[in-house]
Design a protein around this ligand. Structure first.
Ligand code: ZN
Length: 232
């Protein structure tokens, strides 16, 4: 599952390192800003240039139109509403069950394409209240998909137990400084879709929850890099 954000770009590099054939899927569901979708082809092209091995493994990219999802939800990600915490403790950016839907659609495509590992950037560590990012949710979905399709899919979530700083570190481990730079410059996280100013951690408004999380993680990552006496 490749959205064009920091997490899914890191997961894509992780998959390219491990699997002989990797295909990508993105969803157009009427996001307020199509920025994430628009950076995807650039990221794919740069990943190819980073490693001939990755280039050979990277297969088809699929973008599916799920614009009808907007009809089911009226949240800050798909309409012009301010991002805030709701009374139930969930941010109003939550599109109910979004990741269940994305993973299910991806599994249908994977089935048809003969692929058997589904990789997603879900994460419990920076848990922002999305119950469909939980490890238990993904484990349960894996069982359900395999029962429902008489298949043997495995759902891999390499970021599940690491924080944003460790996600930067994972990128560093997978592709060194060139991959970190690629993610910094080309991946998109900002909820407001801003790409005017390039901060040390990437483009974004610098104020929304997604930018704040990305900036804090990057600063922590940089701090660990410059710590004296630290080795890998
Ligand atoms: Zn932002």
């Amino acid at each position: 599952l490749f959205s064009g954000g920091q997490d899914s770009t890191t997961c894509l590099a992780w998959a390219l390192q491990r699997y002989a054939k990797v295909e990508t899927i993105g969803f157009d569901y009427g996001q307020r800003h199509a920025v994430e979708l628009s950076v995807r082809p650039t990221i794919l092209q740069h990943l190819r240039q980073l490693s001939p091995e990755w280039d050979a493994r990277l297969g088809q990219d699929h973008v599916l139109d799920l614009s009808w999802l907007g009809q089911l939800s009226n949240t800050a990600l798909t309409s012009e509403v301010e991002i805030r915490m709701q009374e139930n403790g969930l941010p109003n950016t939550f599109v109910p069950g979004r990741n269940l839907l994305f993973m299910t659609v991806a599994s249908t495509l994977a089935y048809r394409r003969g692929l058997d590992v589904l990789v997603g950037g879900m994460c419990e560590t920076d848990f922002s209240g999305y119950p469909d990012c939980r490890d238990d949710t993904m484990k349960s979905l894996q069982v359900t998909l395999n029962l429902g399709m008489a298949s043997r899919f495995s759902i891999e979530t390499p970021l599940m137990w690491i924080d944003k700083s460790q996600t930067w570190q994972l990128a560093q481990d997978l592709g060194g400084a060139p991959l970190v730079d690629l993610i910094r410059e080309h991946s998109h996280t900002c909820y407001l879709g801003q790409r005017d100013i390039l901060h040390p951690w990437g483009y974004g408004c610098g104020h929304c929850p997604a930018c704040a999380l990305r900036e804090r993680g990057y600063q922590q990552f940089i701090a660990t890099q410059s710590m004296p006496g630290q080795s890998c």
